[in-house]
Design a protein around this ligand. Structure first.
Ligand code: NAD
Ligand code: UDP
Length: 345
């Protein structure tokens, strides 16, 4: 392991970050986590150690801390950065736009300045399908117009533009902009998974918490959308497939350089009711639900054309919806209160 490439993973203690660290170790890289734990728990380090046999180095710091970042690149030689640190709640971004621009945009600028100083020029960035807003048609191709409908989505679009400008100024930079669709599921071990604080805003963690008895019933936001059963359709992707997409992007950038913008999705859309049924199959539990009004800002259907990532990176999502739900249920049922609760063994 001593000659493994060091990869700095900002936000590495979070949901996608933890799974990306696991995939990095499996692929022979050495992840170093940089995270302020504002939306994660240090217990993830113990879990990663149990899962991979090695404890990732951890720097507890903020992505906007220029001095700390400078020190990180001085102390350790990194081959690349995977940048996941950021805020992601749409509703909160409407209420606190300055905070969102500060963490997501200023944080990225601070990171890029430190990378330039430390002479590290390879970055994989966590963008989002949210940059497409309400697409005119589905599936969504990478050349569709970007028209995010909320401050969170706009922070992702601004960062995409900053990276494009930087790449234009200096050909040594190598960037992969990965537009994630809806990551769900958990590592099959049940040791790491999604652990949202407070009431989950996303469908899957909410359904999982109903199944485990933490919440009474699911509110289905809207049943009058122009979709087959009237409920919203999304492209749910297993978080381990998503994590492996980062390895494919990193490998591509290292071998060929360049500027890559690609969707990471499965190409399949599932409705809210289909997800509920899949989770009932996986858990053997009934999920009580009631129909509620549409959630403001929601769109009817959003799913990817994943063929670009397949052609360019040789990557494809492999895990189906039943596997996603079974893995999410294993995590939730063994850790009813997430990392803060009972041990997952
Ligand atoms: P997460 O909240 O679980 O992980 C983000 C991590 O960043 C957390 O561990 C948090 O503590 C850390 N962080 C937040 N602010 C920080 C700061 N100022 N300094 C240092 N660390 C900080 O979220 P996630 O789902 O793992 O998402 C990771 C990235 O992927 C985010 O940038 C998010 O916007 C993006 N993304 C997520 C989704 C999704 O549905 N989960 C979809 C598209 C894009
Ligand atoms: N949804 C729902 N009830 C919930 C949370 C979400 O009906 O408690 C619906 C939501 O309206 C959307 C789908 O589930 O149609 C996915 O929502 P999520 O917030 O997980 O992802 P996003 O809307 O950001 O793609």
């Amino acid at each position: 392991m001593s000659d493994a490439s060091n990869i700095l993973v900002t936000g590495g203690a979070g949901f996608i970050g933890a799974h990306t660290c696991e995939a990095l170790v499996r692929a022979g890289f050495r992840p170093v986590i940089y995270d302020n734990l504002s939306n994660s728990n240090a217990a993830v380090l113990d879990r990663l150690e149990r899962l991979t046999g090695s404890r990732p180095a951890f720097i507890h710091a903020d992505i906007r801390d220029a001095h700390q970042l400078e020190r990180v690149f001085t102390d350790t030689s990194f081959d690349a950065v995977i940048h996941l640190a950021g805020l992601k709640a749409v509703g909160e971004s409407v209420e606190q736009p300055l905070h969102y621009y500060d963490v997501n945009v200023t944080g990225t600028l601070t990171l890029l300045a430190a990378m330039r100083q430390g002479n590290v020029r390879t970055l994989v960035f966590s963008s989002s399908a949210t940059v497409y807003g309400d697409p005119a048609t589905v599936p969504i191709h990478e050349d569709f117009p970007r028209q995010p409908t909320n401050p969170y989505g706009r922070t992702k679009m601004v960062v995409e533009d900053i990276l494009a400008d930087l790449a234009g100024s200096d050909p040594d930079w190598r960037f992969a902009l990965l537009r994630y669709f809806n990551p769900i599921g958990a590592h099959e071990s049940g040791l790491i998974g999604e652990d949202p604080s407070g009431i989950p805003g996303n469908l899957l963690p909410y359904v999982a918490q109903v199944a485990v008895g933490r919440r009474q019933e699911l509110s289905v936001f809207g049943n009058d959308y122009p979709t087959p059963d009237g409920t919203g359709v999304r492209d749910y992707i297993h978080v381990v497939d998503l994590a492996e997409g980062h390895i494919a992007a990193l490998t591509h950038l290292t071998a060929q350089g360049g500027f890559v913008t690609t969707n990471l999705g499965t190409g399949n859309g599932f409705s809210v009711l289909e997800i509920v049924q899949a989770f009932e199959r996986a858990s053997g539990r009934r999920i009580p639900l009631r129909f509620a009004p549409r959630r403001p800002g929601d769109i009817a259907a959003c799913y990817a054309d994943p063929s670009h990532a397949n052609r360019l990176l040789g990557w494809k999502a492999l895990r189906d919806i039943d596997t996603m739900c079974a893995d999410a249920w294993r995590w939730q049922s063994r850790n009813p209160h997430g990392y803060g609760g009972k041990d997952g063994s």
